[in-house]
Every structure is written in structure tokens, then in C-alpha cells.
Design a protein around this ligand. Sequence first.
Ligand code: ZN
Length: 429
Amino acid sequence: MATALTVTAAGSLSAQQTEEAAMARWVDDHRSEAVELLEQITNINSYTLNPPGVREVADVLAPEFEALGFDVRWIDGSAFDRAGHLFAERRGSGTRMLLIGHLDTVFPEADPFDSFRRVDETTVAGPGVGDMKGGLVIILQTLQALDEQGLLEDTNITVAMIGDEERTGSPSELARRDLIDAARWADVALGFEGLETANSAAIARRGGTGWTLTAKGIRGHSSRIFDDEIGFGAVFEAARILNAFREEFAGEEFLTFSPGLLLGGSEVERDPVTSSGSASGLSNVVAETVVATGDLRTISGAQGQRVIDRMTEIASDNLPGTSATLEFRGVPSGMPPKPGSERLFKMYDETSRDLGFGPIDLISPMRLGGADISTAAPHVDGALAAIGGMGSGWHSSAETADLEKIAIRTKLAASLILRLSQREWDQGR
Ligand SMILES: [Zn+2]
């Protein structure tokens, strides 16, 4: 696909237009290298819990960044029980940019979906081709395109390739320490996770937390329910709590909250691994136990913490003869929209229009889950997410990526980074 160019009144191109056109040509001329690299790293199993594989992907990429003049370091992840992260840095002037991607995938070594395959002229399939090895290729080729034009000179860039995006290591403070440090240095963060929809990007994402509610009651004959000794039973207590959550939170902006599994009776058995269980109880016996599990999605850590505090309060105001506990899995997070991110999105949209790729749609945070850029976002002035590849069936054995879109996203990222590098970022403007 040819890149459209805006010609000035005098019929000549500005220096920036000439540079951007040259970068776009370079990307088109190096499509086969992009596919070869994507094939090579897709065929390395880099399941989050396969540290040698994650490291192997990093080892393929590290020399490429070194060749571009980056200081490259491997951050060992044994302290948080994961492979680790690959960081590449170069220091100069202009906007300080943090480019974020991840090396790991959700496919275990034993998964039969284990190799790269060409589906047709523009589509490839394989574990992680979309999420997000295609994005890693975009990051590398973006920087190579800039370098070919001498435009990496004097830029301020940190590339963070996280090794445990799909399942964060523990303790998470350690697993995300270097990413947060890099974000504190940066003015803007660019997230190269992709999307399954075309021509879009995001400046807000939601983060998810899992919760488990366990309600306990006193077993007794049903004829005695509500009396002083037996009380209300576990089922009414769980119903009270869940209904109070709904009354309190349904409709709050950016928040969703959903019970996904509920078991109740005299005896309850739940298997957290398979998300299943069984319950037994007689109709004339007051229920002793209820277990419910669900998720909670919020736009920010602050919103998440407020909801968690309130949920905990509701769960502790028990009916007579009952008690309840609530457990939360993971730290609440999210990436709320902010002015710096809106400016960044405008720049990206303008870049896309200038290059002839048309306007960029702003994706609703209600449709996006968590990503590492959410961890970085509170520490930067602007964050732009979901500017990586496109495809379909991600996290499934039908995962594909679109090669044409990889090329377009590479051209867009190269031009955006060029534009950002040629100015200082005005903090908080
Ligand atoms: Zn991902």
C-alpha cells in the first residue's frame, strides 16, 4: 500500500514529510524481515511459566537493540518467580518515551497450538502472533526505520519488554519495580499491545480484580429459621450481600462487578482451578455455607480500592446467626483518561491522517482489560495504549495477526516517535 503524502503549496515536501516517507518506504522494503522475525520468535515457546523460553525470545531481540545503539539489560526475575524483563535504553533530548511490550504468551509448552503458520497473503497464525509478538516486531522495526534515516540520534527512549505480563510474578511490587522506575523517568508511555479491531487506540483501560465471598450460617431445621438460635442462614446472608453490592455499584461509571459462580447448601465443595464445584443440602435444612466468586473491573486503582473497602464493609454487617468473609485476588488497577493522554492520542490521530491511513477511533475503556501500560500510566504525563498489531482469536488456538496492519502500525509508530522526539514534552499542559 502506497503512503499518501500531503504536498505543500509550492509542491515540495517538508523535511518531516520526506523523513516519514522514507521511513514508510523502509518498512515496506523490510516486510519479509518482519515476517521472518515474527516466525522465529513465535516458534519459541514463551509461556509465562516457561522462563527459559521467555529468556530465549529476549536473547533474539537483545542484539537487535544493541545494534541500534541501545544499552540493553536483562533483569533477572528469580526474585519474583518469573523469567525477568528485557530493557533497552538510549538517552538524548526531546520527549522521554517509554515503549512497552511483553515477551510472554498464555500458551503452555504442551499446547498443541505451538507453531507459526501462514494462513494467506496477509494473515499469519501462531501462539502469540497477535498478543503480542507482532507488537514486538513493530517496536523493533519502528526503531530500525528511524535509525535508517539517522533519526534515532539524540532520542530519549526506554523499551520495556516484560516477561510476565500474562501472569504477574509475586511479589508484584518487585515484578513491576523496573517498569515503574522507567515510567517515572518518562514523559509518555506507548503501549504496543494490539487490538482485534482496526484503526483504533486507547487512552484508558480497566483493571480487573477477582473476589471470593464465603458466607456462613448455622445449620438447623428450616422451621426454626429467623429464630434467635439459628438465625438467617448462609443463603440469605449471601443474597443480602450480593444484592447490596448491586444496589450500591450498578451503573457507576467505568465500574462493572459480576458474580460468576455461586454454590450454597449444607455442604459446598469448590475447585478454584476448574472454576467448578458441587453443593448439597436438604430443603428443610438451613444452609450453612455459600461460596460465590466473581470479578470487579475498575478504571483506576483508587476506584478499585474504594469499591473494595465498601464491599468489605457491606460483607461485615451480617444478618443474625451469620458471618461472611471476602477475599480479593490482585491489586486493583486501571488507566483513567487524562489530558496528557488526550494530547498524545490527538498526535497519533493526526499522524495517521497525515500518512493517509485515516482517523483513529478511540476505544472505550469498557472494552479493554488490563495491560502493563496501566501500571506505568500513573507515573507519566500521557499514555497511549493499544497501538500494536491487529488480528483475531487472541489467547485461543485460533490466534492470528494481520501483516498489512503490522506494517501500517510500524509506519505510524515511527512517525509518532519522530514527532515526539523533535520537541520537549510540556508536562501537564
Ligand atoms: Zn498481551
